[in-house]
Design a protein around this ligand. Structure first.
Ligand SMILES: *Cc1c(COP(=O)(O)O)cnc(C)c1O
Length: 393
């Protein structure tokens, strides 16, 4: 018999009842060190006091009014994002998938307004993940996501990730946009080198195509800059944001330049819940904390500390781990043992990690994880790898 919850996930048999910082407490009272952070969502840890305060204060005042009215909390967050980024304008969503949908619609509308409604081809990349809507799965195009859901929305083509020659061969004055995660998350913590990001910007500029970044996972301070593309010194035309921006509250956004966004006018797009007072009050607090240069510098310092420990683990357990990947606190351990076995061995050590494609173990801790928790995490990963190695021997 089918379970009451539609069985679309292989869930671990653990349920948590509370959290604090980088720790979660399960139903049986045992504590787990959390290196998944709800898949890069709980950017400031669980039950962050500053976020609990803004959420409860706003909850006592006003939750929802709809976008039929001005929403001051939404305006405030939009202004913060515009001030801190390339963007001139922002639309708020409740998730990354919804942000992907709007990004795709914006690209099509842009070209339609330019008098080229047939210019719809968006170049995407193998291993990409943009969410689970019909548009987002068509964009990513992987067999696992699209099988059984055809016919797919037309207009997407997937190129090998990081293959500049393939991009140059594919891009033309028929290309509407290039859409890419500067660091693939679900795809296995695959970092696109800065030189490739610069090359993408140049290639788009040469044919007039829009450049769309999906920073749903790699953005909001995760790499030690507010957004990952800042390392390369280039800017997109459109960017999707979600996950970390709400610190655990469902919130997403599409950021755009005036050039890309001006095609969207009253009636072009909408959302009942998007940009509600509750989510935006929390998002504004997250932005205030994460965009502080001192906070971002700390992310960089913690990341270097963690990475050094991970390099030690790879050296100590060559049969289990192959290499360290990633940037900032978006880290991956490419595994030699099956990554799902490593995730299970880590559960046994009461340590939460997240598997990704390409046999990678993802480590996406809260951005404010204390140094002692990083040390504890490395210790537990070492024990997990040791237990796996012992099983293999
Ligand atoms: C998680 C993710 C999405 C989808 O976000 P949802 O909030 O799950 O809809 C899109 N793009 C990337 C890069 C992601 O990591």
């Amino acid at each position: 018999m089918i379970s009451a919850v539609l069985p679309t996930y292989n869930r671990a048999p653990i349920a948590f009842v509370s959290g604090e910082g980088s720790w979660l407490t399960a139903e049986d009272g045992s504590r787990y060190l959390d290196l998944g952070a709800g898949i890069a969502v709980n950017a400031l840890g669980h039950a962050n006091p500053a976020l609990v305060q803004v959420l409860t204060q706003q909850a006592a005042k006003l939750w929802h009014v709809s976008n039929l009215y001005r929403i001051p909390e939404q305006e405030r967050l939009a202004e913060k994002l515009v001030e801190a980024t390339f963007a001139d304008t922002v639309f708020f969503t409740n998730s990354g998938t919804e942000a992907a949908e709007l990004a795709i619609k914006m690209v099509r509308k842009y070209w339609s307004e330019q008098g080229q409604p047939d210019r719809i081809e968006i170049l995407c990349f193998e291993g990409a993940f943009h969410g689970r809507s019909t548009g987002a799965i068509a964009a990513a195009g992987s067999e696992k996501m699209v099988k059984g859901f055809g016919p797919l929305m037309p207009g997407f083509r997937q190129l090998p990730f990081g293959d500049h020659a393939a991009l140059r061969a594919a891009i033309s004055d028929r290309t509407a946009a290039v859409m890419i995660e500067p660091i693939q998350g679900e795809g296995g913590i695959r970092v696109l080198p800065d030189v490739c990001l610069k090359g993408l910007r140049d290639a788009c500029d040469q044919v007039g195509a829009l450049l769309v970044f999906d920073e749903v996972q790699c953005g909001m301070g995760r790499t030690g800059k507010l957004f990952a593309h800042e390392w390369a010194g280039i800017e997109p035309d459109i960017m999707m944001v979600a996950k970390g921006i709400g610190g655990g509250f469902p919130l997403g956004a599409v950021l755009a330049t005036e050039k890309a966004g001006a095609c969207m006018v009253a009636g072009s797009h909408g959302s009942t819940y998007g940009g509600n007072p509750l989510g935006c009050a929390v998002g504004a607090k997250v932005m205030e904390i994460v965009s502080d240069p001192a906070f971002l510098a700390e992310v960089g310092r913690k990341a270097a500390l963690f990475r050094q420990k991970l390099e030690g683990l790879v050296a100590a357990h060559p049969a289990v781990f192959e290499e360290v990947r990633g940037a900032g606190l978006m880290l991956g351990l490419k595994c030699r043992a099956p990554n799902t076995d490593v995730v299970k061995a880590a559960y046994a050590q009461h340590l939460l990690t997240v598997p990704a494609a390409d046999n990678v173990l993802r480590l996406l801790p809260a951005l404010n994880i204390p140094d002692e928790d990083i040390a504890e995490a490395a210790l537990r990963l070492d024990r997990a790898a040791g237990a796996l190695g012992a099983d293999a021997a």
